[in-house]
Design a protein around this ligand. Structure first.
Ligand code: FES
Length: 103
């Protein structure tokens, strides 16, 4: 496996892969987010991490984006590409999917 140069990483997406979110498709969400990142040639500056339960199961699948400490709810596979496009490419908060206690 190649070694990633983390000094180039500008965004990290933490994607919940806890049991409930997995039941809501977060494995596919993870794959779709990673595909959207690759399709946009953003692999060098965007990193993804699968997490365990983030404690918001009823709102899942949950995705946390750093920097900015932005939480997103209900990111199913169909919404994954739009999340990458809006938050990473366009640098905007997707308010319709933002979870209320983002800071
Ligand atoms: S399993 Fe994702 S928030 Fe609990």
């Amino acid at each position: 496996m190649a070694i990633k140069d983390l000094t180039k990483v500008e965004h990290i997406l933490f994607i919940c892969n806890g049991g409930t979110c997995l039941g809501k498709g977060s494995d596919d969400t993870t794959a779709q987010i990673r595909k959207a990142i690759t399709d946009r040639n953003l692999d060098d500056n965007t990193h993804t991490v699968r997490t365990k339960c983030t404690g918001q199961c009823i709102h899942g699948p949950m995705v946390f984006v750093s920097p900015g400490n932005t939480w997103y709810k209900g990111i199913n596979p169909e919404l994954s590409e739009e999340l990458v496009q809006r938050h990473i490419v366009q640098n905007e908060i997707w308010q319709e999917q933002q979870f209320p206690w983002s800071v």
